[in-house]
Ligand binder design. Structure first.
Ligand code: 5GP
Ligand code: MN
Ligand code: MN
Length: 474
């Protein structure tokens, strides 16, 4: 890879253009070792994105990037509606608004460790996880329409969590411009039993310990200290989001062909933001974002109820909830002028820097909390958005896969991994040993290197490193 790239900064590279190539710039964030180990497909996919109409600035990849559907996972690209800019299903991802809710507790490792076994069993019992696993909460189609409009606000209104949570969710728990009518009945029906469920494979609920603080001021603002117990919940919009993605792939592919948009890869199906199909998808996608925000809010409530059974005086406050599969209309300064852009972040986290008016008062001075999942065996990071608006204020969302699920399955056995992790004091609970093998810690890149590169690249600063203790795997 490196031979094809030109290094601009220690952590920033560009893919040079041939003279005849009429595409936007491609920028890759990361250190040389991370880029060397990145699959070639990432370069190809990032270059394909750069050919789409109306790209502003560059097609970018984060340090954790890997091969994805159409867009790379870890891909960021912004489009200007006024310049023919497009919206793409593959640029958002099928699990629309997949993201991480992070809860901080008043428990220390000392208090909690003796009861981790019980906690693991209780959480596993309380949190529906796995393929097609439904929860006890059933919602009818009228309620689904309300959820798609109101997001986490709906959940709080119905007794799942409290209003204090809402302040610490991206967009305060509800995005505007959701159009439930643009979501098919099939998508809504798929969701009837799936509110408050985790989903499969890569999704997890993890009890973690703050092992190291990097930035004392930001840790203070985020309410973090060494030895503290946190819980992170990683999941998205479940069947509803996936169904929307599947249906709009076809709708946007047809629109692209009707409008003569040349697609370098059919997985990049897209439509102009201003086209009827583009607008229709944006309305449906926003509805799915609200669904995911409501889902993580309900899971937060279920988590609290489960934890209170074990620790009577435990309190879990929402540290932050941030999505990593979205397209959002945001104003960013480009060449000294503010412009309204549609920023696709696919496997990338929004990372507003210090002073951003959208941030809750408590965090405004230090920047937005950014959550990077690593793996169930290694660890995760909390970072804070950097000033400077790099990559349209985006950062890494995980360690990123180093190998495919298929390769991981051939290499590891789920049962053996669970035993090995138990030896290290990490308790795994799952309905799918196959899922555990697919998600083996060794199948992911080194999260330490990714977090470090994210900081060096000026995307976000490290605040805390979290060690996994209990993981309910989807
Ligand atoms: P994705 O949304 O791309 O599926 O996953 C985001 C990131 O979560 C992955 O890149 C990976 O680093 C991380 N991850 C996957 N499984 C686990 C887990 O069980 N625990 C933690 N802490 N992180 C995980
Ligand atoms: Mn997901
Ligand atoms: Mn995700």
């Amino acid at each position: 890879n490196l031979q094809q790239l030109h290094q601009l900064e220690p952590c920033l590279w560009t893919l040079p253009r041939a003279t005849a190539e009429k595409r936007a710039e491609v920028l890759l964030y990361g250190t040389a070792p991370l880029l060397v180990s990145m699959d070639d497909k990432v370069l190809e996919q990032a270059a394909n994105v750069a050919f789409l109409p109306g790209v502003v600035g560059a097609s970018m990849t984060m340090p954790d990037a890997h091969w994805g559907y159409g867009f790379p996972i870890g891909g960021v690209a912004a489009f200007d509606a006024g310049q023919g800019g497009v919206i793409s299903v593959g640029g958002v991802g099928f699990d629309i608004s997949c993201g991480i809710r992070c809860l901080r507790s008043n428990l220390s490792l000392q208090d909690a460790a003796p009861r981790f076994n019980e906690l693991a069993d209780t959480l596993f019992h309380a949190i529906p996880a796995g393929v097609g696993e439904e929860g006890e909460i059933k919602v009818n189609l009228t309620q689904i329409d309300q959820i798609l409009q109101e997001g986490a606000n709906w959940a709080v209104k119905h007794g799942y969590g409290n209003t204090a949570d809402l302040e610490y969710i991206e967009e305060h728990g509800r995005v505007a411009d959701a159009v439930p009518d643009n979501v098919s009945e099939l998508a809504k029906k798929r969701q009837r039993g799936e509110m408050g469920t985790l989903g499969s494979g890569n999704h997890y609920l993890e009890v973690q310990m703050v092992e190291r603080i990097y930035d004392a001021a930001a840790a203070l603002a985020f309410g973090l200290h060494e030895g503290q117990i946190l819980i992170s919940i990683h999941c998205g919009s479940r069947g509803l989001g996936h169904q929307i993605g599947t249906e709009y792939m076809l709708i946007l592919a047809k629109a692209a062909s009707r409008l003569g948009i040349r697609l370098p890869d059919r997985e990049l199906a897209c439509a102009p933001i201003k086209s009827p199909e583009g607008q229709q998808y944006i309305g449906a996608m926003n509805a799915a974002i609200n669904c995911a925000l409501a889902n993580r809010q309900i899971l937060t409530h279920l988590t609290r109820v489960a934890c209170e059974k074990i620790f009577r005086d435990a309190e879990f406050e929402t540290l932050f909830d941030v999505s990593h599969n979205t397209c959002k209309a945001e104003t960013h300064e480009v060449d000294g002028k503010p412009r309204l852009l549609h920023v696709h972040r696919k496997g990338a986290t929004r990372a507003f820097g210090p002073g951003h008016p959208a941030l809750p008062e408590r965090y405004r001075k230090v920047g937005q909390p950014v959550v990077i999942g690593g793996s169930m065996g290694t660890g995760s990071y909390i970072l804070a958005g950097s000033s400077g608006n790099r990559a349209f204020a985006s950062a890494s969302h995980g360690a990123g896969r180093a190998m495919s699920r298929h390769q991981a399955l051939a290499r590891w056995k789920g049962r053996a991994l669970v035993d090995e992790l138990a030896q290290q004091g990490i308790l795994i609970r799952t309905r799918s040993m196959r899922g555990v093998a697919e998600e083996a810690p060794g199948a992911y890149k080194d999260v330490d290197l990714v977090a470090e590169a994210t900081e060096q690249a000026g995307l976000a600063r490290r605040v805390a490193f979290l060690r996994p203790k209990v993981c309910v795997k989807g």
